[in-house]
Design a protein. Sequence first.
Length: 189
Amino acid sequence: MYKKMKLSDTIRVAPTLLGGDVQVNVKNALKEKLEGRLDKQLGAIVAVTGIESVGEGHILVGDGAVYYDVNFYAIVFSPMIQEVVEGEVVETVDFGAFVSIGAMDGLLHVSQITDDFMSYDGKNGRLMSKTGPRSLGEGDKVRARIVALSINEREPRESKIGLTMRQSALGKLEWLEEERTKSNVQEEG
C-alpha cells in the first residue's frame, strides 16, 4: 500500500551544497539520503514530495556541513500481510514467479499459483498447467494476496514477500476475466 507520510529527520547538507536556497538544498539532500531506502517500520521510501519546515542549522566541530532538523512529506510503499495487490510477472523460474508489486518484488511460489499442478517450461520461460491451457509468464498481470512478509533493511535484496493466488478473485487477470465472462453467460442462459 502506498501512503503519504509526514516524517522527521536530521539531514546533513554538504559544504558544496550550501549556496542558494536552503529549502532546495535540504530537499535534494533528503532525496539523496532517503529515496529508495528500506525501513522495517515504514517500508520503502519511494519519493520525498515536500518540506513542511526546516529547523535552524547546526555545525559540528571538524565537519563543514550543516545539519538541519526537517519535517517533510514522503510517499512510502508499505506492504501488509493479507493485502491484495496487483502486479506484473517480471521473471519465471522453476520454483515460481517473481511479481513486481510496486517498489518491491514478491515471490509467487509454484504451489500458490493455482489448484492445478504447474511445471516450468524453461524453453519458453513459462509456468504451464499440467491439466489445462493455463500458463504464466513474464509480462502477465496478476492479482495476489500477501501471505508472508520479511523486510530486511540492512540487505534490501534479502527482503521476502510471499504471495498466493489460490483464493477466490485472485489469479492472472486474463483468467479472472474468462471466469467473469463464463459466469455472465451462464446467468443469461
